[in-house]
Design a protein around this ligand. Structure first.
Ligand code: HDE
Length: 701
């Protein structure tokens, strides 16, 4: 039998044979690169034929023509030619990781969904974070919404919660989605700009779609430039239903809350990070998981009923509106932990197919029109992107619970049941699976009535009140960033009428904001827009601000330490110790990647050479240098920028006294409480404690 298995290995075994194994560089066995053929598995063609020479094509004569019969060459090139699949039409650039979801509070009174029945029960999860507008090869820190798509492999099928890091959306009706996306993507005649909304087409569309004003306030805020996927919230956006075993339904909104608190970067930093490390977010996720610092989110639910929905100021089916947490608190019922990086980016992150229609018994849709429209789009787009209806056979998409159905054949069919019965009902004795009304999915029997019409309900008409609520809920620093974001984006619009049209909407949101943006653009304020319904004043909500929900420690953050030859090793060691005690990370930046020699003669390896490790890559910075080292760095542009940028981005900065020359050369005049001197190792803990606040915002004011 064992021999049979070797002769006819399963698909999984075949895949294993093709694995190249662990990289010898990672294991420190770089010598393995020069293995003799006897040490490694024999290279074969896809048909399993052993290959004798993978360096040279088959030729007629030494300098003669290549021969068509070279099946190894043709197969290799043919497969390479077909390696790419279409990128996602939106959310093309993304990064995924594996983990699990654990129920921390059972809610059987609200839902029969299997994953919420018992505190402590776990299901596997796969999460893909993404940007929306940019192509697959664009940069991570575009000003954009981030996708937060979660696939939970439950005992009763896959549940996909395909959310974003912003709790509302631009549009109310799915028929406008192609227009929205066309407007934000590269303009069709010129093929640019890439991965940005700062252009005429986007703002032209937005200014003609007042329903987008609330979402625009979010995308112009620092929510659209998160520091890390690990420090951002996720939202299901739509109102869904939870249905319990008795068939009773409650409305629900889903929230993912990062355990590390919220944090974003500032715009100038985002622009520079995109140059310094276009993969900043994916690298951050990879590094954190590989370092065992597993990112974690709490799953929260806002539960409400028809009575709440009826007295709520807005329509709970309108995806451009949120329900403030102060009005309906978020109840924490679980946690999501990402603890495993992907093994193969294409197989997992690229081929994962999220579909909003993937729900499980105990969860149901509402009549949110956007959600209903999405239910069509996701299944449709996967069929095209992954080449046919059998994308559920791909391991990352396959449920991890038993599956029995009569779907068959099609391109690349991997599940091919044996036996005669492939229809239902049938009269064969073991005629295959049957529907089970006791445990099968049942749609909530919501009563429906109405006339068939194309319309936008009156209850969707207020487009400005929640936009204003968002703005007044922000700190002064955040409000300034929103004004700056709008000013920057609109200044990239060539057509003045578009800028003025946006200003006419901003006046309905907040007069001061409109004035600031008008001043920034150098325009007089135009007449305010005429709203379909006059906005009302809503109470501010602290939960809408990032800075009011920031971290309480430096955990998960990174300190960049700029060092030079002759540096004080003890000060450096004390910094590392203090950061690690806090759960943070340290990266060493040096004039040369080979590292430096400290004053005590010890060697310190560097993670980055100074021009590859600008301060924008770090949450806070320290400069531990000798007098000569400081003078040498003061003569290098990246050395000076390390400090001037950290200062300009309101970061906490610590320096040994010898760094004075560099500080002066960097053009930073004077010091403030966000800058500290490291006179001895004993000063390190106080500095790291100060870093818990992440930024010294007083400097910006
Ligand atoms: Fe999506 N969206 N979307 N979207 N969306 C896609 O599906 C669509 C919307 C979201 O990491 C596509 O597989 C329509 C809201 C995420 O693979 C596509 C409408 C929210 C992802 C699609 C919306 C999202 C997508 C493209 C308006 C937040 C990435 C590739 C009715 C709640 C998933 C794909 C991943 C991807 C359609 C609006 C989130 C074309 C028609 C609202 C996170 O099917």
């Amino acid at each position: 039998m064992a021999e049979d298995r070797d002769l006819y290995p399963s698909t999984a075994d075949t895949q294993k044979t093709a694995e190249s194994g662990t990289c010898p560089y990672e294991t420190g066995n770089a010598g393995e690169l020069h293995q003799t053929p006897g040490d490694a598995p024999t290279l074969t063609t896809a048909q399993g034929v052993p290959v004798a020479d993978d360096q040279n094509t088959l030729r007629g004569g030494e300098r003669g023509p290549a021969l068509m019969e070279d099946f190894h060459f043709r197969e290799k090139i043919f497969h390479f030619d077909h390696e790419r699949i279409p990128e996602r039409v939106v959310h093309a650039r993304g990064y995924g990781a594996h983990g699990y979801f654990e129920c921390t509070e059972a809610i059987p009174e609200l839902t029969s969904a299997s994953l919420f029945q018992e505190a402590g029960s776990k299901v596997p999860a796969f999460v893909r974070f993404s940007t929306v507008a940019g192509n697959k090869g664009s940069f991570d820190l575009a000003r954009d919404v981030r996708g937060f798509a979660v696939k939970l492999y439950t005992e009763e099928g896959n549940w996909d919660l395909v959310g974003n890091n912003i709790p509302v959306f631009f549009i109310q009706d799915p028929i406008k989605f192609p227009d929205l996306i066309h407007s934000v993507k590269a303009e069709p005649d010129r093929g640019f700009p890439q991965a940005q909304s700062a252009h005429d087409n986007f703002w032209d569309f937005i200014s003609l779609m007042p329903e987008s004003m609330h979402m625009v306030m979010w995308t112009m805020s620092d929510r659209a430039i998160p520091r890390s996927f690990r420090f951002m919230e996720g939202f299901g956006v739509h109102t869904f239903r939870l249905v319990n075993a008795e068939g009773k339904s409650h409305f629900v909104k889903f929230h993912w809350k990062p355990k590390l608190g919220l944090q974003s970067v500032v715009w100038d930093e985002a622009v520079k990070i995109n140059g310094a490390d276009p993969d900043f977010h994916r690298r951050d996720l990879w590094d954190a998981i590989r370092n065992g610092d597993f990112p974690e989110w709490e799953l929260g639910v806002q539960i409400f009923d028809d009575a709440f929905a009826d007295k709520f100021d807005f329509d709970v089916l309108d995806a451009t509106k949120l329900i403030p947490e102060e009005d309906c608190p978020v109840r924490i019922i679980g946690r999501l932990v990402l603890d495993r990086t992907v093994d193969n980016f294409f197989a997992e992150t690229e081929q994962v197919a999220f579909c909003t229609q993937n729900i499980v018994p105990g969860i149901d849709f509402t009549n949110d029109p956007l959600l209903q429209g999405r239910n069509f789009s996701y299944l449709d787009t996967q069929t095209k992107r992954l080449g046919g209806p059998n994308f559920t056979h791909i391991p990352i998409n396959a449920p991890k619970c038993p599956m029995h159905h009569f779907q068959q054949d099609g391109h690349m069919a991997m599940h091919n049941p044996t036996g005669r019965a492939n229809y239902e009902p049938n009269s064969w004795s073991k005629g295959g699976p049957r529907a089970d009304p006791r445990r099968g999915f049942k749609s909530y029997p919501e009563e429906l009535e109405g006339t068939k019409r194309r319309l936008r309900p009156e209850s969707f008409a207020d487009h400005y009140s929640q936009a204003r609520q968002f703005y007044i809920s922000q700190t002064k620093v955040e409000q300034d960033h929103i004004a700056n974001g709008l000013t920057f984006e609109l200044s990239k619009c060539v057509v003045e009428d578009i800028r003025l049209r946006v200003l006419s909407h901003l006046q309905l949101i907040d007069g001061d904001l409109a004035q600031k943006v008008a001043d920034g653009l150098g325009h007089d304020l135009p007449e305010p827009a005429t709203p379909a319904r006059a906005p009302v004043d809503l109470k501010p909500s602290d939960k809408l601000s990032i800075l009011k929900n920031g971290p309480s420690s430096f955990k998960g953050r990174k300190l960049g330490i700029l060092v030079s030859d002759g540096m004080d090793r003890a000060v450096y060691d004390a910094l590392v110790e203090a950061v690690e005690a806090e759960g943070g990370m340290v990266e060493v930046v040096a004039p040369k990647v080979g590292g430096v020699t400290a004053s005590d003669g010890s060697k310190l390896a560097a993670n980055q050479k100074i021009d590859g490790g600008p301060s924008v890559l770090y949450d806070a910075v320290a400069v531990v240098v000798s007098t000569q080292g400081a003078a040498a760095l003061a003569g290098m542009l990246p050395g000076k920028q390390f400090l001037s940028d950290a200062f300009g981005h309101s970061k906490f900065i610590a320096m040994t006294p010898e760094a004075a020359t560099l500080l002066e050369a960097s053009g930073v005049n004077g010091t403030d409480e966000g800058m500290m001197t490291l006179r001895s190792p004993a000063d390190a803990p106080a500095f790291v404690k100060a870093c818990r606040a992440v930024r010294f915002w007083q400097r910006e004011a």
